[in-house]
Write a protein that binds this ligand. Structure first.
Ligand code: HDE
Length: 720
């Protein structure tokens, strides 16, 4: 991976650079920036220059031994500051990474909302986006099976608007009051703090069995969506139902969507497990690398809209966050584009201190009675106080780009200095008036919804339908996605050692969704195999629930990582040709050598003095095939060395097993053939006539004798 010595600002392309240099948030943040490379002398926090930061002040004898003095205020400052470096990590979504970018509206929706950001197509709104996992702590691995957070802060001219979304369109629970129970159950268990970064444990599966409403989200979490290839290749969903209010005072229900222009792609589970150990920072590095390499990730921004009077027109409740609005019933309208184009300058003050709130909306957008959203609107503001202090909105990353002025004062770490003698309203100076007092336009006005009824702890009847949509989701998956769900469930329940837990979920709950699925999982995890379905599945499907339907309009390998394996004696023509082609396609060729010292092509030794040859990016034992999207091995005399190396053979077989493109030229085709012939994972049942899927060779290749004519591309990964 490329190193990240500088932030993305200096590396951005000219066009993006121009946009960035006018970006209001960039300008705003510059007020708080200092450059450690400025060669200015070191000072203490109170500004005095520091003479020595290496030795504590001591009373020493002639051998220079003796006690340290508490008097050393500089040493004490250094240690004290260090002692207090940590703040509480987020109670959920602790592990994450962020980047800056902008949002451009393509199509005004003035008929639906009067929000400036949704009507003014000339604006370029700065954004900060933070992606995260949910369960693990700050130091957990990136590629765990988990939901991914997709939180967007739009710094709009009218104030900050936060969409605090996920990469899965539904949630585990329907009522916010259940959130502490849910999070306690999913997090490491209280008696032993195990497991880290996984839902594969008794308490999670116990909870989701006891909450049938969680079944829909569980099906998504067991699908490939929960192991994305990259943050750049996943959808973002606002999940909750918000409302849009137009100038005429009409209200529409709305759901927000981000659709990646690169398409939706995932790892296979075996890859994800291995990458956890091989490169726990895989996703954050992927995002930083893409931005550094100017492959700026982009998402279409889309909305689904339901007019207020159609609230009861569907078989699901439009306020239920465990339900999607199927796209055949409520089509998506693409109205804008989100782009990320600048890496952070420093992780802590930006990515760690950014704080999102679902309650941060701007005029023209409003809440709905979605009971999950209502609770979230309380929880986010509250949690920031415990993480960052009551003045958290003054922190540079959180403060809006429009003026902020009010009578909220004081509190820990107050930063701003407000001049003037009053801090209340009304006041004799009429200082800092609300817009209701001046008649000025633009003040936030809540939608005057009619409400009435009894005070009760209740949800509408439609909230009680827990299985129609999980069935819809599962029915809509392709065969290989279904297989992956089955394997994921089998993995997770295998990690539950309490028979009550895996027996109930596998034998009963899954039979509400799909009998064959329940039977297969129950058998493999050792639960009684159910004989009949516990709910009828009418076989209904909906569009775009399978991620295979998210293919980019122009397929591209841009930003993909392609390994080229070489040793001394590689074929320079094949190597150069392929590397040039990879670069031309704006992908990243990454050279993996038998060593990270200079490697020479066939016949090149004579030129050693002239410094030809190539210094690889990595040596073979420093990385693994799992960290690359494809592999190419050029022919040449190096094949003699490579083919004797078990690591190379494993690399080839693993690449194939993980369904990645594998290229070979000349003598390398023999190496590929032998490595694949020896791989046990390929001896698998077939589901279609796809032989040598993804293998491209120049110079001919014979099928190994024991190789099945038809290879199930999905199960290629079976034994890895
Ligand atoms: Fe969150 N959630 N959440 N959540 N959530 C937090 O806020 C909460 C929910 C989501 O990158 C916390 O700042 C409640 C749904 C993201 O900083 C906390 C409920 C969705 C992030 C909190 C939910 C999310 C959070 C912890 C149920 C998808 C990370 C730290 C009623 C739409 C944001 C923090 C970031 C973080 C509460 C459910 C997404 C405790 C009470 C549904 C992406 O306030």
């Amino acid at each position: 991976m490329a190193s990240h010595i500088v932030g993305g600002l200096r590396k951005a392309s000219d066009a993006v650079q121009q946009t960035i240099s006018k970006d209001k948030k960039v300008i705003d943040l510059q007020h708080d920036m200092v450059n450690i490379n400025s060669k200015l002398p070191m000072t203490a926090d109170h500004g005095v220059k520091v003479e020595n930061t290496d030795q504590w002040l001591r009373v020493v004898d002639d051998k220079h031994t003796g006690p340290s003095l508490l008097e050393d205020q500089l040493a004490r400052e250094k240690i004290t500051r260090f002692d207090h470096e940590r703040i509480p990590e987020r109670v959920v979504h602790a592990r994450g990474t962020g980047a800056f970018g902008n949002f451009k509206l393509h199509k005004s929706i003035a008929d639906l909302s009067y929000a400036g950001i949704l009507t003014d197509t000339s604006r370029n709104t700065p954004v900060f986006v933070r992606f995260s996992t949910v369960q693990g702590s700050r130091g957990s691995a990136d590629t765990v099976r988990d939901v991914r957070g997709f939180a967007v802060k739009f710094y709009t001219d009218e104030g900050n608007w936060d969409i605090v979304g996920n990469n899965i369109p539904v949630f585990f629970i329907q009522d916010a009051i259940k959130f502490p129970d849910f999070v306690h159950a999913v997090k490491p268990e209280p008696h032993n703090e195990v497991p880290q970064g996984q839902t594969a444990h008794n308490n999670f599966w116990d909870f989701v069995y006891l909450h049938p409403e969680a079944t829909h989200m569980v099906m998504w979490a067991m699908s490939d969506r929960a192991i994305p290839r990259s943050f750049r290749m996943m959808q973002g969903f606002g999940v909750n139902t918000f409302t849009l209010i137009n100038k005429a005072g009409k209200c529409h229900f709305v759901k927000f969507h981000f659709i990646p222009q690169l398409g939706v792609h995932s790892l296979v589970w075996d890859e994800a497990l291995k990458i956890n150990g091989q490169d726990p920072d895989f996703h954050r590095k992927d995002l930083m690398d893409a931005i550094d390499n100017k492959a700026y990730p982009k998402w279409d921004f889309a909305i689904q809209v339901i007019p207020e009077e159609k609230q009861d027109a569907f078989e699901f409740d439009v306020l239920d966050a465990t339900k999607i609005w199927p796209e055949d019933l409520v089509p998506l309208q693409v109205i804008g584009q989100l782009e990320l184009n600048r890496n952070v300058d420093e992780f802590f003050p930006q990515t760690e201190q950014v704080a999102f709130c679902t309650s941060h909306i701007v005029p023209g957008i409003d809440f709905s009675d979605d009971p999950l959203l209502q609770g979230r609107n309380f929880s986010y503001f509250d949690t920031q106080i415990s993480r960052l202090g009551v003045n958290w909105e003054e922190l540079p990353i959180n403060r809006p780009v429009c003026p902020v002025l009010n009578h909220n004062r004081d509190g820990k770490s107050r930063h701003r200095i407000t001049q003037g003698a009053v801090n209340y309203w009304p006041n004799r100076f009429e200082a800092c008036p609300p817009t209701s007092a001046t008649g000025e336009a633009g003040g936030f006005q809540s939608f005057p919804a009619m409400v009435g009824g009894q005070k009760r702890r209740a949800l509408s009847e439609k909230f009680g339908d827990h299985f129609t949509q999980p069935q819809l989701f599962y029915n809509s998956l392709s065969e290989h996605e279904k297989l992956h769900v089955r394997k994921a469930l089998s993995f997770e329940l295998d990690h539950c050692d309490d028979p009550t837990v895996y027996t109930r979920f596998a034998g009963h709950r899954l039979a509400e969704i799909d009998l064959a699925l329940a039977q297969a999982v129950a058998e493999v995890v050792g639960a009684p195999v159910p004989e009949r379905a516990t709910s009828t599945n009418p076989g209904k499907k909906a569009p775009r629930l399978s991620q295979t339907e998210f293919v980019p309009s122009t397929p591209s390998i841009a930003s993909r990582r392609i390994a080229i394996l070489i040793g001394d004696g590689f074929d320079a023509v094949a190597f150069n040709g392929l590397r040039a082609a990879i670069l031309a396609a704006r992908a990243q060729p990454i050279v993996i050598g038998t060593k990270r010292s200079r490697i020479y092509a066939d016949g090149e030794k004579a030129y050693v003095a002239a410094g030809v040859g190539i210094v690889p990016d990595h040596q073979l034992y420093g990385v693994r095939s799992t960290l690359f999207d494809a592999t190419f091995i050029p022919g040449g005399s190096h094949i003699k060395t490579l083919s004797q190396d078990g690591q190379v053979r494993h690399w080839v077989a693993e690449t194939f097993g993980h369904l990645k493109a594998l290229g070979a030229s000349g003598d390398a085709t023999g190496l590929v053939k032998e490595s694949l012939a020896a791989a046990p994972g390929l001896q698998i049942a077939s589901s279609g006539p796809i032989e040598w899927y993804g293998v491209v060779t120049i110079g001919g290749i014979q099928k190994p004798e024991n190789f099945k004519e038809t290879v199930d591309i999905v199960s290629g990964a079976k034994d890895f």
